[in-house]
Design a protein. Structure first.
Length: 251
């Protein structure tokens, strides 16, 4: 597969504290470069083999092909391995790169990075439990804007997905709506009545709320501008009266 049109794509750089986001971006990057790259980080290096037919004493089995017997397609598959390793190392700073420098395959680099950033299986299990608890207790923070609340909830859902925990559409929609402050109750009731929370996406729910939020802000800004205009006219009238009073005294 030609990767010419993807050459300008920027390789995602890993920050240990942002590993979950990097993982998603790197998977997208690798898939865009070549979908087969994902097989290599999941299954390990491609090794060309051939079948040895069954004999009276030995069953049919596979053996590794000699390099001289590789087909052009097999050579292309094998060459994917160093390309992926180069991409992964290019995404790391000196410290992280040094931690995986001895890894022999792209899969080993990938798995080692996950352990380095996410911890062992037991650590990941604890993280999963903490994320589930955070989801169950999710609520708006004081003075948090609608967009900030949505972004925080979306980040939580993405983090849960990376530890193999996903919720039904209705569940996540309901959780998000319940997290909103009381001032949203009327609009929440409208959404619940007019839309099926089993099928409408979280983005669509946010979009409806955001539209309402913008309309409210526009009305507030309009009232504020009108109030400022009235106050300005009042000040101008006061100044005008003052000038007239001064002029009358001078006469």
């Amino acid at each position: 597969m030609s990767t010419t049109k993807y050459e300008s794509m920027k390789i995602p750089i890993l920050k240990k504290s942002e590993y979950p986001t990097w993982k998603v971006k790197m998977l997208m990057y690798l898939e865009a470069m070549d979908p087969d790259y994902l097989d290599r980080i999941r299954d390990g290096p491609y090794i060309p083999t051939r079948i040895v037919e069954r004999t009276d004493t030995v069953p049919e089995h596979y053996v590794v092909k000699a390099k001289s017997d590789w087909t052009p397609e097999e050579k292309a598959h094998v060459l994917r391995e160093p390309k992926i390793k180069n991409i992964l190392h290019s995404s790391l700073d000196a410290v992280m790169s040094n931690r995986v420098i001895a890894c022999k395959s792209a899969k080993e680099i990938w798995d080692t990075l996950e352990t380095q950033c996410q911890g062992s299986a037991s650590v990941k299990k604890n993280r999963r439990a903490l994320l589930i608890q955070e989801y169950e207790q999710f609520d708006a923070r004081p003075d948090e804007s609608l967009t900030d609340l949505y972004d925080r909830f979306l980040t939580l859902l993405n983090s849960l997905s990376l530890v193999d925990k996903e919720y039904e559409t209705k569940d996540s929609n309901t959780k998000f709506l319940r997290a909103l402050p009381e001032e949203w109750d009327t609009h929440i009731s409208i959404i619940r009545h007019e839309y099926d929370l089993n099928t409408v996406s979280l983005d669509e729910v946010y979009g409806m709320l955001r539209t309402h939020d913008l309309e409210v802000q526009q009305r507030k800004n309009k009232k504020s501008s009108k109030a400022k205009s009235i106050a300005l006219k009042a000040r101008l009238n006061q100044k005008e009266k003052l000038w007239r009073s001064l002029e009358g005294k001078q006469e």
